[in-house]
Design a protein around this ligand. Structure first.
Ligand code: BES
Ligand code: MN
Ligand code: ZN
Length: 503
């Protein structure tokens, strides 16, 4: 993690300095001071550089603007200050950090001049904490397998938030860093290749949360057999790697009127070859991230435990590897799920829903949750529909869907509501079993997949399914995330808990 401090004042000499700029070139006191210390370079740039107007998301980098001054200055636009929210400053922090390291200057210290510009909705301390949070998320990298260390940040080793009230800022930042730890865990798990991250390794990552006071229950193959989880076990049976089902229970609100927890359920297929319905070779390596739903659940549970969330939440993850072998499931096989429903497996590559069927059953049977949110890299079709911009949201409950959409907007982990409809459901009827695992219609693959899951949700239980296949891995990256594993869902779930259980 990037080393981060708070300071009242700082010397600009040889450092990389970022200043916020509101729409139309609006500067605050710190920005004006920076301008003074650089012989007017900031104002000159604002005047002469025609495309930088301080719009939201814009940055402008000035290299060594004055002799004996900063090595680099980044001006970061936040747009209309009266509309700039937490996410705006998080993105600004992320972009500022990225601009600071891009030029690989000699600067060893970065300064984020955090201030409340005129008309700001947020206090200076909050601006600072959000910028620091954004910079930390952007500074993530996964380089454990490079034998020659890559220099991600050139010389930049520390980042200081420059603010008047250090104590308050530190407090706010410390809370935010707990969420960074959750996102980082999810990203690390997703980045890890499948030869090192098998179901057992992922189970261990969940078990490690015991240290934070999470109650962790691990079911092995024999225990799952006893419970009749033929659906999840059917997927696992082709692999040499033993499967696990893990429940992570956080009871942070013992005094709650409604003790029933909120349940997060994650798909944890540590590698998806497709099984006997083998995937084509090109791009198959991507399927190491087919456990991103489970990673998001584990990451979110970590964040909740670290910040001792006043909420009752259980995370359930189904961990398996989907491999072809002499023991593997065949297309046409019929398996029996723990819910009692029989499933005709017509395509062994539609395995995520088979894993979730038993994980959803377990979450409901064991914990009687008041609502369920599942996360899964479930279908390639959701990428066709929503790209790398939105995760698909399917829900049987209007209020739950509305809350999730709102939290998505606030965190920038965007969701797009997708339809459930009886006509999709009908296409899942099987002539030989209660349900088949692929629809007989070739269209609307994400919707039929959601309907498959719906058959395993008890009537009356509010449920939302997030298809994150397009979001778990970002080819280009974004303000808060370098290219690669995004940790999508951790920030979303954390804020969902804050807004719906802790307020
Ligand atoms: N894990 C895949 C979905 C996926 C695709 C995730 C691309 C991330 C990126 C899932 O198990 C799968 O193979 N789905 C099939 C379903 C089909 C067989 C009905 C798909 O989308 O092709
Ligand atoms: Mn698959
Ligand atoms: Zn899969």
């Amino acid at each position: 993690m990037l080393k981060m401090t708070c300071a009242k004042t700082a010397s600009f000499k040889n450092s990389a300095v970022a200043a916020l700029v509101g729409q139309g070139g609006l500067l605050g006191a710190q920005g004006l001071l920076l301008d003074q210390k650089t012989g007017g370079a900031v104002k000159r740039a604002l005047k002469t550089f025609s495309s930088f107007k301080g719009d939201k998301g814009q940055t402008l980098t000035l290299l060594s603007p004055v002799k004996g001054g900063p090595a680099l200055v980044v001006l970061v636009g936040v747009g209309d200050v009266g509309k700039a929210d937490a996410l705006t400053y998080e993105n600004a922090g992320g972009e500022a950090y990225a601009a600071m390291v891009k030029e690989k200057t000699e600067a060893s210290e970065g300064l984020l001049l955090s201030e409340s510009l005129k008309g700001s909705l947020l206090s200076e301390e909050a601006v600072a904490a959000h910028m620091g949070f954004g910079a930390q998320l952007r500074a993530y990298h996964f380089d454990k397998y490079h034998t020659k260390k890559k220099d991600h940040a050139a010389k930049l080793k520390t980042l200081a938030l420059v603010v008047k009230n250090e104590t308050e800022t530190k407090k706010l930042l410390a809370e935010k860093l707990k969420l960074v730890a959750g996102v980082t865990l999810a990203r690390d798990l997703v980045s890890e290749p499948a030869n090192t991250l098998d179901p057992a390794a992922m189970m261990q990552a969940a078990v490690a949360l015991k240290e934070l006071g999470v109650e962790v229950v691990v079911l092995d193959k024999a225990q799952m057999e006893k419970l009749g989880m033929g659906s999840l076990l059917g997927v696992a049976q082709g692999s040499e790697k033993p499967p696990f089902l893990v429940a992570m229970n956080w009871t942070g609100d013992a005094a709650a009127k409604d003790k029933r927890p909120l349940a997060f359920v994650g798909k944890g297929v540590t590698f998806d070859t497709g099984g006997i319905s083998l995937k084509p070779g090109a791009g198959m390596g991507d399927m190491k991230y087919d456990m991103a739903g489970a990673a998001a659940v584990i990451g979110a549970m970590k964040a909740l435990a670290l910040r001792k969330a006043k909420a009752n939440v259980v995370g359930v993850v189904g961990l398996v590897e989907n491999m072809p072998s002499g023991r593997a499931m065949r297309p046409g096989d019929v398996v029996k799920s723990a819910s009692g429903q029989t499933i005709e497996v017509l395509n062994t590559d539609a395995e995520g829903r088979l894993v979730l069927a038993d994980a959803l059953w377990y979450a409901q049977h064991q914990y009687k949750p008041r609502a369920i949110i599942d996360l899964a890299t479930l279908t390639g079709a959701i990428k066709v529909a929503l790209g790398e911009c939105y995760a698909g949201l399917f829900s049987n409950d209007e209020a739950l869907a509305a809350r999730l959409l709102a939290v998505g907007e606030e965190t920038g982990e965007l969701l797009w509501r997708m339809p459930l409809h009886n006509s999709f459901d009908k296409t899942l009827d099987s002539p030989i079993a209660d349900i088949k695992n692929i629809s007989d219609a070739p269209l609307a693959g994400s919707c039929t997949a959601a309907h498959f899951l719906k058959r395993f949700v008890n009537k009356g239980t509010p449920w939302a399914h997030l298809d994150i296949a397009g979001m778990a891995w970002q080819k280009k990256g974004s303000s808060l995330c370098p290219a690669g594993a995004s940790g999508f869902g951790v920030r979303l779930l954390d804020l969902f808990v804050i807004e719906n259980s802790e307020k």
